[in-house]
Design a protein around this ligand. Structure first.
Ligand code: GDP
Length: 297
């Protein structure tokens, strides 16, 4: 189960604190040390942990928390608040185009869950906004990718624009956009190619698609289970493409939590959605406050 180890360790640290009738400076230091270790073990980025611990400590001492009533409870509250801030504070909605279609580019490494997430998002838009999305199959490097997108799209009854694997992806996107305009689709979701790692050719192709479509959203799909790598991937894609948001997938797995907690702080870009399963309905808006409460258990 996700965050299990982290939740357990944070709860232990807090429990110890709660048992004290009075909380001294030394107790606070000890609690902060335990929180620091718990976060590092959960694969949270080192700089992010350092900053987090500093902020909690400042708030806990600055507000004279230790001398007040229920100091332990107040510290728990501060930890919860700062975790929320670290993950972006509030949910961030999808950007919409002033004139249809709103263009959403899905990017990410192979296996992160890009195609699945494109389908989940299309379904969400259909159900919540009665939208009429069009999906564009722009991954021409794996023939199976187009079939997979088609299967996903069929299962949610959304059309796919595809031109096989012998046409340049930028041209496919151009033709797909023409079709979306002609058919008055209100959303276009572009399923771009993924690679096992970031390479120049991939980035160049994505940059060309960006240039062509001026997307309202460039959503990077990353696998939460990959921890620090997810954060590095997010940094890499953001440097090259200036992404607008992140979708964190596989949060239903046994992720330690590092990616969920570091991505916003490291890239400055919000996590907009989380994937919590393989079904088309397993996509949720990311709420930093709810996630903080879930992590704290
Ligand atoms: P792509 O290569 O990035 O397009 O990745 P896919 O969409 O093909 O997904 C790779 C695998 O991850 C598939 O087996 C998906 O069913 C699975 N997957 C995607 N998102 C999630 C998720 O949120 N939770 C779980 N458990 N599996 C997921």
């Amino acid at each position: 189960m996700a965050f299990e180890g982290l939740t357990e360790r944070l709860q232990k640290a807090m429990e110890k604190l709660r048992k004290k009738p009075k909380v001294t400076d030394a107790d606070l230091r000890e609690t902060m040390r335990e929180i620091r270790l718990a976060l590092l073990e959960a694969d949270v980025n080192f700089a992010v942990v350092k900053d987090f611990v500093k902020k909690v400590r400042e708030k806990a001492t600055g507000a004279e928390v230790l001398k007040g009533l229920n100091p332990a409870q107040q510290i728990v509250k501060i930890v919860n608040e700062e975790l929320t801030v670290m993950m972006g504070e509030t949910a961030v909605a999808l950007e919409k185009a002033p004139h249809i279609p709103t263009v959403i580019m899905m990017v990410g490494l192979q296996g992160a869950g890009k195609t699945t997430t494109a389908g989940k998002l299309a379904l969400k838009l259909k159900e919540e906004e009665h939208a009429r999305p069009l999906m564009i199959a722009a991954d021409v490097y794996r023939p199976a990718a187009i079939t997979q997108l088609q299967q996903v799209a069929d299962s949610i009854d959304v059309p796919v624009f595809e031109e096989g694997t012998n046409v340049d992806p930028v041209q496919i996107v151009k033709d797909g956009m023409d079709q979306a305009h002609a058919n008055h689709n209100d959303y276009v979701l572009i399923d771009t190619a993924g690679r096992l790692q970031i390479d120049e050719k991939l980035m160049d192709e994505l940059a060309q698609i960006k240039e062509l479509t001026h997307p309202n959203e460039i959503l990077l799909v990353v696998d939460a289970m990959t921890g620090q790598n997810a954060v590095n991937t997010a940094e890499g894609f953001n440097d090259q493409l200036d992404i607008t948001g992140v979708v964190l997938t596989k949060l239903d797995g046994d992720t330690r939590g590092g990616a969920a907690m570091s991505i916003r702080a490291v890239t400055g870009k919000p996590i907009k959605f989380v994937g919590e399963g393989e079904k088309m309905t397993d996509l949720d808006v990311f709420h930093p406050d709810r996630m903080a409460s879930r992590i704290l258990g």
